[in-house]
Design a protein around this ligand. Structure first.
Ligand SMILES: O=P(O)(O)OC[C@H](O)CO
Length: 599
């Protein structure tokens, strides 16, 4: 196939990618939850059917990563004092390092690239990345792309063109049958296949040669790399090298070879994708004015795409023991005979007794810290593993979660931690910075109870000024240029997912601390046992916390008050700060009706 980078670009990346993603998430996953809950049972049975008897050739991660240039680079970087099973970690808090590290993995891979994502948006930053991936495939790298199907509609469907490039295989996880031509078409599918639509593969993973990886909170799209015009995510990933990458790959393989993963060719033809593209291009041509085209980029966000790949030889690694926590693909229930047959063959060798689906995959932790990891060994899911870690905290707990919906178990774990005298700090979105405002309802209703038990709550400010600060800087890599935000003109939306326990254990991953991550979605996380890395992760949050967040408290009259940052010139607020009246009203009216488990 003739590859053209523009094939992957969405026209809407030029206006407002961040808002678009937010709107889609709000519209399809949460805002429609209430009518869907009522209507879906009536319409079940009208759902279009998925293809049957699909061929899924089995493949696995590259077996001898130590032979590759990346493998040798890792060996060379390993200090003599590092423990044999220790792996290397570098925090990627800023958009620049997040982008240039992925670019570098693409350019340095010699054997394999494995990408597993909840969402890949057909944006301009992604086009550059995907162009590199196509070039890698051309030089003989085997590429596997596993994408959750939820966002592969409308212009974003063009990402599926990758599947038609030689040496690239692409599968869609838990696909929805039916039209991909529009958001409305997809909404109909969600209505008629509600349960399937709710349960998503939320994993985010980027592995090169089975020896280096980037994993964490970012999906792929402009808003994750500070390259969208209106709204950008504040996010966090970790660059990983060494033996633990094999465990990440083994999680990838278990999803890739699962019966819920459908090769793109079984779902859509190249001709259909071309027709879709022609349709959107025609709409673009008639809609775009010259002025709008001229305003499409600012110099700041263009810099992200033009940046050179990270120099992986200069990465400031922290070497530490670690383990992968991953939900099994079977956490998402299958509904056909085919699924049940296959699942019987998917019996997890390392699952605890009584675990059928959604159980934890954990590579065996080294003896030196087996005790610290013990609480998570029995958990049923990544979020349950995190809860076990919360229960093990003795002194200090730092939680960063964009969508924070503490259902009964999370509330009980926090209460017990506070009773033990643990300092508990939570950073989450304010209503104004939340791209999924309905999710805020699942947090807001627990806010007073959290404060009363002594949990310290911080909510991200959404204003542009916050974008330049430490929350967006990174400690990893040396790709040159600035780490910080681009232009300072866009709205900030928290998207980082991080836990630091007692200054000695860090969890970075795809999971939100909400019931959707606990019950509905599959997730992957890294548990890293390192005081040095804990310090870096804590610093990356603490440095920006006073300036960039509202601290929520209960005032002497029993009212919620949002304390303005010192010297900010802002005043304390007594309603959700920076949020419009309409948004606050929506939250008041719909919030009480929305069940925590779907937020
Ligand atoms: O933005 P993400 O990738 O954390 O996805 C949030 C969705 O609500 C997951 O169900």
């Amino acid at each position: 196939m003739q590859f053209s980078p523009t094939a992957f670009q969405s026209r809407r990346s030029t206006d407002s990618a961040g808002r678009r993603h937010g709107r889609i998430r709000g519209l399809l996953l949460r805002a429609w939850v209430l009518p869907l809950v009522v209507a879906a049972p009536l319409l079940t049975g009208c759902a279009a059917a998925l293809p049957k008897n699909v061929e899924r050739p089995v493949s696995t991660a590259y077996a001898t990563p130590q032979d590759t240039a990346l493998g040798q680079m890792v060996d060379k970087a390993r200090p003599a004092a590092a423990k044999p099973m220790a792996s290397a970690f570098s925090l990627l808090a800023g958009p620049q390092n997040a982008y240039s590290s992925r670019l570098s993995l693409v350019e340095n891979a010699q054997k394999t690239l494995d990408l597993q994502y909840y969402a890949i948006h057909a944006d301009e930053s992604t086009a550059r990345l995907l162009r590199g991936i196509v070039q890698a495939a051309r030089r003989g790298v085997r590429v596997r792309v596993l994408l959750d199907d939820f966002h592969s509609t409308g212009p974003d469907a063009q990402v599926m063109r990758l599947a038609f490039v030689p040496n690239i295989e692409m599968r869609m996880f838990n696909p929805l049958a039916g039209s991909r031509a529009s958001t409305i078409g997809r909404a109909w599918t969600i209505l008629t296949d509600f349960q399937r639509a709710q349960q998503r593969m939320h994993n985010k993973l980027f592995v090169a040669d089975n020896v280096m990886a980037v994993m964490g909170g970012r999906n792929l799209g402009d808003a994750y790399f500070d390259a969208a015009q209106d709204s950008n995510f504040v996010d966090l990933d970790v660059l990983v090298a060494g033996p633990v990458v094999k465990a990440l790959s083994s999680s990838f393989d278990s999803y890739w070879n699962n019966v819920r993963a459908y090769p793109v060719q079984s779902l859509i033809s190249l001709q259909e994708l071309r027709q879709l593209k022609a349709r959107f291009d025609a709409e673009d041509a008639s809609a775009a004015s010259t002025a709008a085209a001229g305003a499409r980029r600012t110099p700041g966000n263009a810099a992200i795409w033009d940046e050179k790949p990270m120099d992986l030889g200069q990465v400031p690694w922290v070497w530490a023991q670690s383990a992968v926590l991953a939900d099994r693909p079977t956490k998402i229930p299958g509904d056909s005979e085919e699924f049940h047959t296959e699942d019987r063959g998917d019996a997890p060798a390392d699952a605890g007794a009584g675990h059928n689906a959604g159980t934890l995959q954990l590579n065996h932790p080294p003896a030196a810290w087996r005790h610290a990891a013990a609480p998570v060994l029995q958990a049923d899911s990544v979020v349950d593993g995190l809860l076990a870690l919360v229960r093990s905290a003795r002194k200090d707990l730092l939680v960063v979660s964009p969508y924070f919906v503490p259902g009964p178990e999370i509330m009980a774990a926090f209460r017990a931690a506070r009773d033990r005298g643990v300092r508990v700090r939570v950073l989450t979105n304010s209503l104004a910075s939340n791209d999924a405002p309905l999710a805020h309802a699942g947090y807001a209703r627990h806010r007073k109870a959290l404060l009363e038990m002594g949990v310290q709550l911080y909510e991200l400010r959404s204003e542009p000024a916050t974008m330049r600060s430490a929350l967006r800087s990174g400690t990893g890599g040396s790709s040159g240029g600035s780490n910080g935000g681009s232009t300072g003109i866009s709205r900030a939306m928290l998207h980082s997912k991080l836990l630091v326990i007692d200054g000695r254990l860090v969890v970075v991953g795809s999971m939100n601390l909400d019931m959707r991550s606990q019950l509905q979605n599959t997730e992957i996380a890294l548990l890293i046992a390192s005081r040095a890395f804990s310090q870096q992760a804590t610093d990356s949050i603490e440095e920006g916390l006073p300036e960039n967040s509202w601290q929520v408290e209960i005032d002497p009259q029993g009212r919620l008050v949002w304390r303005a940052p010192q010297d900010s010139g802002l005043e304390d607020a007594y309603t959700e700060p920076d949020a419009s009246l309409g948004l606050r009203l929506m939250l008041k009216l719909l919030g009480p009706l929305a069940p925590d488990s779907l937020l």
